[in-house]
Design a protein around this ligand. Sequence first.
Ligand code: GLY
Length: 403
Amino acid sequence: MRKVLIIPVVLLSVILTSCKGPSAGLDMITLDEIASQLELLDANIIKVQAEAPLTANGQRKVVPRTINKDGSFSVVPAGDWTSGFYPGVLWYMYELTGEAEWKERAVRYTAELEDQQYNGSNHDVGFRMFCSYGNALRLTDDESYIPVLEQSAKTLISRYYAYVGSIRSWNFNEENWQCPVIIDNMMNLELLFWASEQTGDPVYHDIAFTHANTTMENHFRADNSSVHVVDYDTITGDVRMMNTHQGYADESSWARGQSWGLYGFTMTYRLTDHIAFLKQAEKIADYLLDHPNLPEDLVPYWDYNAPGIPDEPRDVSAAAIMASALYELCKYSEKGAYYKEKADKIMESLGTTYASEPEENYGFILGHSVGSKPSESEVDVPINYADYYFLEALLRKKKLDAQ
Ligand code: GLY
């Protein structure tokens, strides 16, 4: 964790009147420092791959994910749900710096995921492939990425249940769930909208649109918070259960889930122009920003209803996703200036108090995320998707500030 600089009051007033940015006087992580961290991360991956290249069940370790409970560096196989984020980080560094070295590295790590286009074992094919191959195509126009993304979209829609009007997220816990759909699944829809645009076949768009509508109808409570898991009856399409998997309770507001919803509905509005999705995104944003348990630095606790607040871990990943989403939402909403100000505040917090010190955290950019508190897994550690959405938010901020 970085320290906030203590600056004498007289000096502070000089700095504040001469700087426009919100981070004046704070020890904000710089792009050069981010680049140095990522060099360290890459060196650590290479080290792990040389020393212990395979997981316990024989899969090749490919991308960094987090820090394990015993303090060791976690490098996971291509099939892990988070495998797209590291190539995505490298693509964003290429976009932020224009430097060919990042592109070369991004191309290499993206190629590691090629087989994942066929991995339909859960809904995460969208995360894996659009963060990696999607960014690759966007930034290179290399047409060889297209068939991989098209196949990935086909794989994702193979999980669609027409009676439900949703893509099934998970296959586990089959003794209790028939068709579990998690709020996170909204994030996978971008791949499908792209696929219809690319192929001219409306099926992907129609499934994504229906999924978003079904989610809007069934995942949200009267206060605009969302449930983590909605389980549907595969025959009737009726809602069977409303549960949590990573949140505090079935009725609570798991922080990252709220951020996935905010990001998902903002993105879905961009790709459909359907005003109800914009309204839903605004309602989520207002629920979060007005929440009495949202700390002053706007980095949420891992669950907005966690029982021990304020002595509960924060979830930096939820904050990074929220910042990136708000930078997009601010372009479409009448309350844009307010959302932009809040996103800036989150970025200031992340880039100062939650960023790694140089050489810390194996090279991850941010610390203090929570993967799953109920299973005491990945609590208060760096996680690759926090870094991914932080860099995405930095890019979005840079573009907005340049306008
Ligand atoms: N999509 C899984 C998670 O957010 O932890």
